[in-house]
Design a protein around this ligand. Structure first.
Ligand code: SF4
Length: 390
């Protein structure tokens, strides 16, 4: 009985985005340093100019070419004719009572995506979107209710980061990024991994690869790309056996748990890293103690930690959040069985920026009253694909 989106799962092979420039100019943010060197070389320019431009734009935040004083006058005149520095415009910027901020970006032709900035004591994490809509149709996810419209380009992903960066307060710096906003990042691998190359470049934003997490609903063949990029992996589990997981996440029918966990083991062997498994607690569906025991058995051979995420309500989801008592019982059972587990404080619920609440759909209020909510328990934060557990 899983819906119309199910047929789309047959088309989940890697698909690559092409950067298009309506003005005929190349967008600077679409290029890695190597791309820019190649671009300049093709125009007879010295390749070291690429580093100079990277430093101006990413380090100094100068995009007025006339101010790039170490470029020749002739080059300064030529550059704006062949390159643009446009960023996706911010349509809305909302702030939660808990400090979480949500940004809505215009991605042209009526498309928009959201990114969320989440503060904590020791980090400032930006959750980025990778697609407009999503074909994975996870049942608990608001984004999943909107079929994929298109995959974002590299400059649209880097552009989300730069727009948020440009609005930070004095002394603030984005320390971590997570690809857990709208869309399945491994369904848009070229743009996602290229944007990672840009953002981690020493002449770019200098983000450590260890502070970049790509989250997947379980696109098994693409998991090796995360290992190759030497960034961290999060996997949305959300079901303790194939029966439940297939009902909650249709992708499980294409890549069942056995295949998924084998790919996860290979990832750990190759990277010597742990994987974060996200597990959404849905009342009566995934929140029973027998489910906790099954989860621990499933992950026995995968170096991992488990983030349990009490479901965040959104219009028409059809699921309920378990009681605080049941959440605590589930948490305690995982700990009793020796799992490394985090139960997170949910953030940004009042501005619909929490796990599974991101959307481009506009027929809902921008905020909701959460003053009576009893929310969560710790300051630990990790995130999961499109679930955006904050
Ligand atoms: S949870 Fe992620 S993969 Fe699943 S529908 Fe939402 S955005 Fe897509």
């Amino acid at each position: 009985m899983f819906n119309a989106y199910e047929s789309d799962l047959s088309t989940l092979e890697p698909q690559f985005t092409q950067t298009t420039t309506p003005t005929g100019k190349v967008n600077f943010y679409s290029m890695t340093l190597e791309d820019l060197k190649g671009f300049l070389k093709g125009r007879g320019k010295e390749q070291f100019r690429a580093q100079q431009i990277f430093k101006w734009v990413y380090d100094e935040r100068v995009t007025d070419v006339e101010s790039m004083s170490n470029l020749s006058k002739a080059f300064r005149a030529e550059l704006p004719e062949i390159m643009s520095f446009d960023l996706p415009p911010v349509l809305k910027h909302l702030k939660s009572v808990d400090g979480t901020q949500k940004f809505l970006f215009d991605m042209k032709e009526g498309n928009s995506v959201e990114a969320v900035l989440i503060p904590s004591e020791d980090r400032l994490t930006l959750c980025l979107s990778s697609e407009v809509g999503c074909n994975m149709a996870c049942k608990f996810c608001f984004t999943g209710k909107q079929k994929l419209k298109r995959r974002l380009t590299t400059e649209e992903i880097v552009g989300q980061f730069m727009q948020v960066h440009d609005r930070l307060g004095e002394g603030q710096r984005i320390s971590n990024i997570v690809f857990m906003g709208m869309g399945e990042p491994l369904d848009n691998p070229e743009a996602v991994f290229k944007s990672i190359e840009v953002l981690q470049n020493p002449f770019g934003m200098m983000l450590s690869r260890r502070k970049i997490t790509v989250s997947t609903s379980g696109l098994v063949p693409q998991i090796k790309l995360v290992a190759n990029a030497r960034v961290r992996l999060a996997v949305s589990l959300n079901g303790s056996n194939d029966d439940i997981r297939s009902k909650v996440m249709p992708i499980n029918k294409k890549y069942p748990l056995k295949e998924l966990l084998e790919a996860c083991k290979e990832f750990c062997d190759q990277t010597k890293d742990k994987i974060t498994f996200e597990y959404v607690l849905l009342k009566g569906v995934t929140d029973q103690l027998e489910h906790a025991r099954e989860v621990v058995r499933l992950l026995k051979h995968v170096p991992s930690k488990i983030n349990i995420i009490p479901f965040n309500e959104h219009p028409g989801s059809g699921f309920e959040r378990p009681s605080d008592e049941q959440i605590e019982k589930f948490h305690t059972e995982l700990i009793r069985l020796g799992a490394h587990v985090l139960l997170r404080r949910t953030m940004g619920r009042d501005i619909f920026a929490a796990c599974g609440q991101l959307t481009t759909v506009t027929d809902r209020p921008e905020t909701m009253d959460i003053s009576n909510s009893k929310i969560g328990s710790t300051n630990e934060r990790h995130f999961s694909s499109g679930q955006l557990s904050l």
